[in-house]
Structures are given as structure tokens and as C-alpha cells.
Design a protein around this ligand. Structure first.
Ligand code: ZN
Length: 214
């Protein structure tokens, strides 16, 4: 499996593209915003001959979802997210206004595929979806057990954790999600967060200053 990172939009979100030997690809989050960012994505997909199957959304904060509608229109791909966060996604036009971001469109609810905790299969990709509330309603983490990698959105970062002071944030829920779900994974699992550098479950379990297990 191949992993590509594009850091996008004024909030410097990590958008990931994973692809397999059949050239099937999945997108993790949809933070593509500027023309240049869209071109970079398009060029990469063309150059690598990738066939994008779906886009998995870690959580519905504007920086992770601003490109959903355009992605759907350009590539006609499935957009997968938690229904628990749809109400936040539905409000991003107002949020965009506050930040002076333009041309933000919402994808209608009936065009989104809602997913819950559990195993899902997309093409040859096997994904274990975790519901990890605390940072925002509808926060999901995506674990690829064959590759031992997990995409944690804004739940767990390198030496840090997600903020809980936004609407629907909940510190106790966040700690519970990290301790009782993410930290149950093997130490060697590599963590790809929604912002900043990658890390590992083992490193965070023993060193994270906010949620540590001794
Ligand atoms: Zn967030």
C-alpha cells in the first residue's frame, strides 16, 4: 500500500491518499480548497493512474470537509462519514463565512453514505471503523489492520490530542476514546493524524502529555 500526504487549506489539514497494487485508492478527508490544491490532487491521481473508490471523513470540521461537494462532483465517488456529525457538516457554510472562505457548497444528505463502528470493505480495502467522540460529534478513526496504520483525524496527534473547546467537544469522551479504543491497538501501529507529524500508538501511550498510560 502506498500513502501520499497533501497538506491543504488555511488550516493545514493532512489529507491522505492510500492506494494498492491494483491502483485503487481511498482518500482520507477532503480539505482540498484552492485551485492549486485541486490541481495537485488531480495531477497525482493522473500520474499514478489511480482509481479513487471513496473518501472517508474523520470528522465534520470545516478544514476536513470543505472539498466534499467538489470531490463528489469531480470524481463521482462515495463520501463516507458518521451521521452523528452531519449537523456540523451542514453548518460549514456559516463557518466558512466567518473565516472569509468562499465557494463552499454542502453535499445533500442523501448523497452521503453514513457509516458506524465496525468493519467495512471498499474494493480490496478492509477497514475497521472506530467511533471516537470527544473532539467533535461524528469523529471516526480508520484502522487498516493489514498495514497496521490508523488515521486518527483530530482525536490523537503526535504528543498531543484534539481540542475539546469547540461545539460538541467533550474532554472525558476524548480521553475515553483514546484510552479504551486507540490505546488498545498494538504499540507498533502507525498513527496518521489530521494535523502534524505521524506517530505510533506505543509512543503516544507512553509519552503523550495529555493521555498517557503508565
Ligand atoms: Zn477538528
Amino acid at each position: 500500500m502506498k500513502l501520499k500526504l497533501f497538506v491543504c487549506n488555511p488550516f493545514t489539514v493532512n489529507n491522505y491518499i492510500i492506494s494498492n497494487e491494483n491502483n485503487d485508492a481511498l482518500l482520507i478527508d477532503a480539505g482540498y480548497y484552492s485551485n492549486e490544491e485541486w490541481e495537485t490532487l488531480q495531477n497525482y491521481l493522473t500520474l499514478e493512474h489511480l482509481n479513487v473508490k471513496a473518501c472517508l471523513i474523520t470528522h465534520p470540521h470545516i478544514d476536513h470537509v470543505i472539498g466534499i461537494s467538489a470531490l463528489y462532483q469531480k470524481y463521482n465517488i462515495e463520501i463516507l462519514m458518521s451521521e452523528a456529525g452531519y449537523h456540523l457538516y451542514d453548518s460549514i457554510v456559516d463557518v466558512a463565512d466567518q473565516f472569509g472562505m468562499e465557494q463552499v457548497e454542502i453535499l445533500a444528505k442523501d448523497k452521503i453514505k453514513f457509516i458506524n463502528e465496525g468493519n467495512i470493505k471498499i474494493g480490496d480495502f478492509d477497514i475497521l471503523v472506530y467511533e471516537t467522540p470527544g473532539h467533535a460529534d461524528g469523529s471516526l478513526c480508520f484502522y487498516f489492520s493489514d498495514e497496521k496504520i490508523i488515521f486518527t483525524g483530530d482525536v490523537l496527534f503526535y504528543d498531543s490530542v484534539g481540542r475539546t473547546d469547540f461545539i460538541t467537544g467533550d474532554w472525558d469522551a476524548l480521553v475515553n476514546s483514546i484510552k479504551n479504543k486507540l490505546y488498545k491497538l498494538p504499540d507498533e501501529v502507525k498513527v496518521y493524524p489530521g494535523h502534524g507529524n505521524p506517530t505510533s500508538i506505543g509512543h503516544e501511550k507512553h509519552n503523550n502529555p495529555f493521555v498517557k498510560i503508565n
